[in-house]
Design a binder for this molecule. Sequence first.
Ligand SMILES: NC(=O)c1ccc[n+]([C@@H]2O[C@H](COP(=O)([O-])OP(=O)(O)OC[C@H]3O[C@@H](n4cnc5c(N)ncnc54)[C@H](OP(=O)(O)O)[C@@H]3O)[C@@H](O)[C@H]2O)c1
Length: 264
Amino acid sequence: MKKSKLALITGASNGIGYELSKIFARNGYDLILVARGETKLKETKEHLAEYNSEISIYPADLSKYDEIINLKKWVDQNQMKIDVLVLNAGRGLGGSFINSTDLEEELNLIRLNIDSIVHMSKLFIGDMVDRNEGKVLMTSSISGIEPIPFEAVYGASKAFVNSFFFALRNEISTTNVRMTLLLPGATETNFFDNAGQSDTKVGSMDKDDPKEVAERAYYALDSNHEFVYGSDDAEYEGEVLNRALSSSHKAQKHRKISEPGSAE
Ligand SMILES: NC(=O)c1ccc[n+]([C@@H]2O[C@H](COP(=O)([O-])OP(=O)(O)OC[C@H]3O[C@@H](n4cnc5c(N)ncnc54)[C@H](OP(=O)(O)O)[C@@H]3O)[C@@H](O)[C@H]2O)c1
């Protein structure tokens, strides 16, 4: 009997990662679900029980160097071969960089959105390259292609992810490891509440459905696409509107929806 493929998904207990976990389970993958909260991970595992996947949960704070090392050790000790790596965990932070946001929160965001992506890629994609097989989905954001006032560090972290993704994808293009970048627009998850942006227009407006974002990402990964937007609206913003505007113009446009108090 053919053994199921195994996907490791970070940020799997909510939002886009949760919807991705469902799709992978539905498509016959076994799963390793990673996030900080153990209770929510257990609930996620229960919600996915109907798909008969073998599901392991691994609670870890990926903003901490040692917890990534321990995750890799645990994977190796259990002789798990990761067929698909989904680097999706990330966080936002809203507010005025000079007048309100906390530096430690910003550095923590960088540790998760940047350091953990680099660290996880080094450890897990390195293994895939050695085996000459595997697929990687990296969740970035359209925020990575436009400066975001009042989310300045978040937008810059996703610009890093975009650059890192395309460079690494090119470096390993002679191997059979395939990489896809997901660029969601504003999506209906816990993201904006957790980032303290409920009083902004972007935090309170209608947003994309995380189910649709995940479906598009899965299709793109399965079809070996280089990148995919989370929705048609996000694609229009990224491929049409953004192409015509300077960085300062894009920043001014975005400020109207990300400035604290901009919610109607
Ligand atoms: N929602 C949007 O509008 C939007 C737009 C563009 C891009 N994105 C990107 O999409 C990705 C997923 O975001 P989402 O909207 O689905 O957010 P979400 O609903 O807040 O879910 C975030 C997930 O990541 C986990 N997580 C958070 N901090 C973590 C940490 N330090 N270590 C390990 N896991 C952690 C959370 O679980 P715990 O809290 O239990 O750890 C949760 O499972 C992020 O990379 C985000 O930047 C989101």
